[in-house]
Design a protein around this ligand. Structure first.
Ligand SMILES: [Zn+2]
Length: 192
């Protein structure tokens, strides 16, 4: 069953509902953003025998050499290692920092701050960039931390992929299909 919210949330997703993609251990390949494929990507993966279909929607996809029920959940046949390094992207820096200013905790107007300002030789690296609201960023300006009253909650570090996955689990998708729930929430504590 698809709820109206689900249909609305994904109405621009290549005209068909998306498929949740799990790693070979049946955990989402990515929690945030949630690993979702379009029906075209899923059709290719099924055709190439790269996934197991765990659940299907009540609709079909047909191609020249394939007619299958559209999968709602698939798992990869080959495990994708979580040992690899996360990519250094704006999104991942925000995710590491929980989408909160590391100085004042604000969740709005987020940007980046260089702990050691670029004008003073600071580089754009995991260890020198942190999430900051525009106000704190402006207040800090080109000064070093010890020249201001601003204090970061923690010194920025390079995260591991499991660390980012754990952060991502705190941001559940706004809409999900009933067949996804077991795979999204099995490892969360049940609310009393
Ligand atoms: Zn701030």
């Amino acid at each position: 069953m698809q709820t109206a919210t689900f249909a609305r949330a994904y109405r621009n997703f290549d005209r068909r509902p998306p498929t949740l993609v799990l790693n070979a251990d049946h955990r989402p390949l990515s929690y945030f953003p949630l690993s979702l494929w379009t029906w075209r990507e899923v059709a290719t993966a099924v055709y190439l025998d790269r996934v197991n279909v765990l659940s299907v929607y009540d609709e079909q996809i047909r191609g020249a050499s394939l007619a299958i029920d559209l999968p709602s959940v698939v798992s990869l046949k080959t495990y994708v290692s979580q040992e690899r390094e996360p990519s250094f992207t704006r999104f991942n820096v925000f995710l590491r920092d929980g989408f909160a200013c590391q100085y004042c905790g604000s969740l709005e107007d987020l940007t980046f701050d260089h702990l050691i300002p670029r004008s003073r030789g600071g580089r754009t690296t995991w260890e020198n960039v942190l999430t900051s609201c525009a106000r704190c960023n402006f207040e800090k300006g080109a000064r070093l931390i010890n020249e201001t009253t601003l204090k970061p909650r923690a010194l920025p570090r390079k995260p591991t992929l499991p660390m980012l996955q754990a952060k991502g689990r705190r941001f559940p998708p706004k809409a999900y299909h009933a067949s996804w729930i077991d795979y999204l929430y099995w490892d969360l504590e049940l609310e009393a």
